[in-house]
Design a protein around this ligand. Sequence first.
Ligand SMILES: Cc1cc2nc3c(=O)[nH]c(=O)nc-3n(C[C@H](O)[C@H](O)[C@H](O)COP(=O)(O)OP(=O)(O)OC[C@H]3O[C@@H](n4cnc5c(N)ncnc54)[C@H](O)[C@@H]3O)c2cc1C
Length: 264
Amino acid sequence: MKLIKCEIISNEKIGDELFKMTLFSPYIVKNAIPGQFVNIKCSENNNFDPLLRRPFSIHDVEPDFKVFSILYLLKGKGTYYLSELNSGDMVNFTGPLGNGIKTEEDENNDFLLIGGGIGVAPLYFLAKILSAQNKNVFFAAGFKYNNFLLIEKMFQRLKINYEIYSENGMHGTKGLITDFIMEKADDFKKYSIYCCGPVEMYRTLQNIFSLKDIKAKALFEEIMACGIGVCKGCVMKFKNNNGYVYKTVCKDGPLFDLMEAVFD
Ligand SMILES: Cc1cc2nc3c(=O)[nH]c(=O)nc-3n(C[C@H](O)[C@H](O)[C@H](O)COP(=O)(O)OP(=O)(O)OC[C@H]3O[C@@H](n4cnc5c(N)ncnc54)[C@H](O)[C@@H]3O)c2cc1C
């Protein structure tokens, strides 16, 4: 992990309240693995409002150009600040952070990735790495409406199989992506499964997978401060042998066993 200052190559609005920022950083390109994130200072040099850096998953890495990108949704002060930056501006961040997905340790050939909303951001990086390793990747993605239209072109470019659901039917099949998983769960029993999305999606997936005795890993997003495990601001509760244990999302995670997570 390094403290890095680097140049913005582009910062485009690609959907409703959705932006893609591409940054020049040979260090991130060389060292990041899927599931890791960067913690960005979202204010000018001598300004500390907002005080805390904001975490964003590494969404894509392009080694030929030594650039990586993040996808971000407008939420509050930090993301509005980012959305006003232009190519040529500099940003300051720490990264790569977190315990990501070591694809070389998974010998399975078949992978199911389940993304809900902005949760598709880190899973796209994973899909790209897996398809470069000639693995069989199926991406199941669910959105509220049609603000992630561009992601479909990206799946097509990777030549992976995919299914898209949206709550109002404006993009793909009408419904929740968990409806699709419920219907097809048996087909994916032998796949390695990774998911990233909102808590409601995780709760439903836990129910489906416990019925079917399926294992899955998940990337969690918890509001955090330091990003390196010191402040303990992002702890989550997990089941262990006899009881519960608390783990930091920033350092122990963001990758965890989905079935062990407790959403109180
Ligand atoms: C490991 C990790 C990876 C993430 N990756 C991405 C990503 O790739 N793209 C993306 O758009 N967002 C991502 N997030 C969420 C992102 O960090 C928050 O949206 C961002 O910090 C909001 O900052 P803000 O100043 O704009 O909003 P704030 O003013 O801080 O908050 C506005 C609203 O956003 C909610 N919020 C704040 N922080 C989080 C958070 N960590 N998770 C969920 N909701 C939050 C607040 O509860 C509030 O309702 C990630 C979070 C984590 C922990």
